[in-house]
Write a protein that binds this ligand. Structure first.
Ligand SMILES: [Zn+2]
Length: 334
């Protein structure tokens, strides 16, 4: 779309259209900043923002994780539009973490831009999948935007997580699932508890975010390491969800002392809940991804059917080339 300009600004992007300026996960002084979600790589450039527009889920998880906004904030809801001058901004569920948002931006001459932030095109136990919508310009993430990243179905990965948890517990050891404290940890807790396992959250960071999920209607049942129940769980066997092995060990020492903590640590069998573990699938990898895989990204772009696509993150160049070959002109944002 001629006239719409997108460029990198710090860790986010600057959208320009005539005199209008909009920050995408980057703080700007002469226009609003649209905040897609509260993972650190999307929040570290908010300094200098005049106004941040985000969902309550994003603002609440940001605050819970210690983020402090000095700017004014405007709360948006999924499926609702707000007017900002002559620009209409609509928030859409990105399916990535609590509050994660895609923004559809409509200018007064009808030109439209869709910014995806990070997004997931499949439903999970705690998040609802992102749905494409038509736009003239698409600004999309490309984390797994290379052909080798084709994820198994969520049901299959869930089944494998449950299976290895049972196997490890049956062998008298403790399955410990590593997951980001925002998003994946809550999904793991929901899955394991739903399958009848007792779940111990190994890190305060997980607990802090999980409480926000509960406030937003996603009730998560688990035990925290600093609770009275933790010792019973540790001694009788449970599943563990952890975002940091090192911090968990320090917490464990406080609860049971260093010699028992060392014994417990020796019993842990570790698994990574991450899309990046796909190459190890079948030998310990459990590719539970909060992002869309390669075929999903291609299909999503086709459904948006933009005149131009800007790709960002790891595989931006590979995805842009693939989309261009498929008849959707695309460029990486570098
Ligand atoms: Zn993210």
């Amino acid at each position: 779309m001629s006239g719409v300009k997108v460029s990198r600004q710090r860790t986010g992007f600057l959208l320009r259209y005539g005199n209008i300026r909009i920050g995408l996960d980057t703080g700007i002084a002469d226009g609003p900043t649209l905040l897609s979600h509260s993972h650190t790589d999307h929040t570290q450039s908010l300094g200098g923002a005049r106004e941040v527009i985000a969902t309550k889920g994003t603002l609440d998880t940001l605050a819970a994780r210690g983020g402090r906004l000095k700017s004014a904030t405007t709360v948006v809801e999924y499926g609702r539009s707000i007017f900002h001058g002559n620009v209409v901004i609509t928030a859409l569920d990105a399916g990535h973490v609590l509050g994660s948002t895609m923004f559809l931006i409509e200018f007064d001459d009808g030109a439209t831009v869709l910014y995806t932030g990070d997004f997931n095109n499949v439903d999970s136990l705690v998040h609802t999948r992102a749905q494409p919508t038509k736009a003239d310009v698409l600004v999309m993430e490309a984390t797994y935007g290379s052909p080798e990243w084709v994820f198994p179905s969520r049901e299959r990965v869930y089944g494998d997580i449950v299976r290895v948890a049972r196997e490890v517990l049956d062998s008298g050891r403790i399955p410990r699932f590593h997951a980001y404290s925002l998003g994946k940890a809550q999904e793991a807790i929901a899955l394991l508890h739903g399958e009848g396992f007792e779940v111990l959250a190994g890190n305060g960071a997980i607990d802090t975010v999980s409480r926000v999920y509960s406030r937003h209607g996603i009730d998560l049942q688990y035990v925290t390491l600093d609770s009275a129940e933790a010792r019973r769980l540790i001694e009788h066997g449970c599943t563990v969800v952890s975002s940091s092995t090192r911090h968990m060990y320090h917490n464990l020492v406080k609860v049971v002392g260093s010699s028992v903590a060392q014994q417990m640590e020796a019993l842990m069998v570790d698994f990574d809940l991450s899309g990046w573990s796909l190459p190890q699938y079948g030998s310990g990898g459990l590719p539970l991804s909060a992002h869309t895989d390669y075929p999903g990204l291609i299909q999503f772009a086709k459904n948006v059917d933009p005149v131009i696509t800007y790709c960002f993150t790891e595989n931006a160049r590979v995805l842009a080339e693939a989309l261009s070959r498929d008849g959707l002109p695309a460029v990486p944002l570098e």
